[in-house]
Design a protein around this ligand. Structure first.
Ligand SMILES: C[S@@+](CC[C@H](N)C(=O)[O-])C[C@H]1O[C@@H](n2cnc3c(N)ncnc32)[C@H](O)[C@@H]1O
Length: 453
């Protein structure tokens, strides 16, 4: 027996959306096209690093019109995650709809100096990793209150090779009381009813119910009330969702615009996707834009939130607790070490010297330098991937494609070095081996192992 709901059943189940779309309501023929596209899968999409030429990646793509680093795969048989370039961090896999929020945040534009960004609802880190790649001299705070979601966030941030970030795990209200009014840009990619995820089977049809929409809208409003107070006067708040209900999108923007000091900040680059009279709201639709769909809005905030004395970016670090000494091995694994580090139980995070002074008191994660198993400290996988900053492995080997594949599958590889050594392919770091007598023992964490071909 076939348990799959018929098209007619699905169409009926989606009917609550007709009312939920509000001002974005459609004629019946368009709603039919929308609901069919909503329940379908769209082409995989990838987001390249700014220094990568899409022509080098080895599978056919077409540009995504709203985000200059985004491409859709044109061959459905291709699995981008099965490539060496993916393993080497040349691109991230990300739905094209998610790139609307990145466009609204200008994550593909040349970085401005000293940009301090907060990604308030950050896990699993698709957008945070894009923001971090564009950070330049700035710094990213990626906040995720749900502790169990921090590991994938940390992994995705590490893949960028940057050390200019920290992870916090605070409710937005608490975060605002600590770091109110300091961020140039706050991205609030709020938890939502997730209607755009229906086609990928990652969401149930309950996502279109009135109860679910109201519950999500209320939760998001609490987050947004704090988000505006995290923005420095004259800075920007970008709100985004992956849902279509007006109550979770334009209605929230109208509510924000009713707050003192919040004004619309229209984005010329997204004019083709403008959604309504708020003047700063943008939408992508599955039936018009061949992606899962999304919403983004851009608001300027001029709110005089209280600024804690210690929160300024690049202020001289206060003389506080003395830093714990680094374990002895560290000096041998790396040519140079950053001066700022923090030992947090069984891990050590290391930041650039000009990182904000408040990190120590707020970090629940950061660019890892080393981790401890039992009494033994080892270099962290994240430290092997570092591209920016002073941290450089003392030893590395560049391997050919078959050896890189062997390494990525978790196997030992031939290696003439002695001790900890970073494995690279075409100059891109893949992870550590500990080498002795011609063999490099594989130290790739389970989460980073993959079969590429
Ligand atoms: C839509 S997802 C974010 C996706 C992420 N920005 C990305 O691009 O990978 C929303 C996130 O908000 C988190 N969240 C849940 N409740 C929250 C709250 N009260 N404040 C902030 N974030 C919350 C969820 O755990 C989830 O990770």
């Amino acid at each position: 027996m076939n348990d799959e709901p018929s098209d007619a059943d699905q169409h009926d189940a989606l009917q609550p959306l007709v009312a939920a779309l509000g001002n974005a309501a459609m004629r019946p023929e368009e709603f039919a096209a929308f609901s069919a596209a909503l329940m379908s899968r769209h082409p995989s999409a990838v987001r390249y690093r700014a220094d990568i030429d899409p022509g080098d990646v080895g599978f056919p793509v077409r540009p995504i019109p709203w985000y200059s680093l985004g491409y859709q795969c044109t061959d459905p048989a291709v699995r981008p995650s099965r490539s060496l370039q993916y393993a080497a961090g040349d691109f991230f896999i990300q739905d094209a709809g998610s790139m609307l929020a990145l466009a609204a945040s200008d994550a593909d534009r040349p970085p401005q100096r000293d940009r301090l960004i907060c990604d308030l609802c950050a896990a699993p880190g698709g957008k945070s990793s894009a923001l971090l790649e564009s950070i330049g001299d700035g710094f990213l705070l990626a906040n995720e209150p749900i502790k169990s979601r921090i590991a994938p966030l940390a992994y995705n941030l590490a893949r960028t090779g940057s050390d200019r970030y920290a992870i916090s795990s605070l409710d937005p209200e608490r975060l605002q009381s600590r770091l109110g009014g300091i961020f140039d840009l706050v991205l609030a990619d709020v938890p939502c009813s997730g209607q755009a995820l229906l086609g990928r089977g990652k969401q149930s049809l309950a996502a279109v119910s009135k109860t679910q929409i109201e519950h999500s809208a209320l939760r998001a409003r609490r987050i947004l009330a704090s988000a505006v107070n995290l923005v420095r006067p004259g800075g920007r708040l970008v709100l985004s969702t992956c849902t279509f209900a007006e109550a979770e999108n334009e209605s929230q923007v109208r509510w924000l615009l009713d707050q003192d000091g919040v004004t619309a900040q229209p984005l010329d680059r997204l004019a083709d996707y403008a959604s309504d009279e708020t003047g700063c709201s943008y939408r992508l639709w599955p039936h018009r834009h061949d992606c899962a769909g999304s919403f983004a809005a851009s608001l300027r905030c001029d709110i005089d939130s209280s600024i804690p004395a210690e929160s300024g970016f690049r202020k001289k670090r206060k003389r506080g607790k003395k830093q714990e000494r680094l374990p002895e091995g560290c000096g041998e694994w790396f040519d140079a070490l950053p001066q700022r580090h923090q030992v947090a139980g069984a891990v050590i995070w290391a930041w650039p010297d000009d990182a904000p002074p408040w990190l120590g008191s707020i970090a629940a994660g950061g660019p890892e330098l080393a981790y401890r198993t039992g009494q033994t400290w080892k270099p962290s996988h994240e430290a092997a991937l570092r591209r920016d900053g002073v941290l450089r492995a003392s030893q590395s080997i560049d391997v050919d494609a078959p050896t890189a594949q062997l390494f990525l599958s978790g196997q030992p590889i031939p290696c003439d070095a002695s001790g900890w050594c970073v494995v690279r392919h075409r100059g891109r770091a893949l992870g550590w081996v500990k080498a002795s007598r011609g063999t490099g023992k594989n130290h790739l964490p389970a989460a980073a192992r993959m079969n590429v071909g």
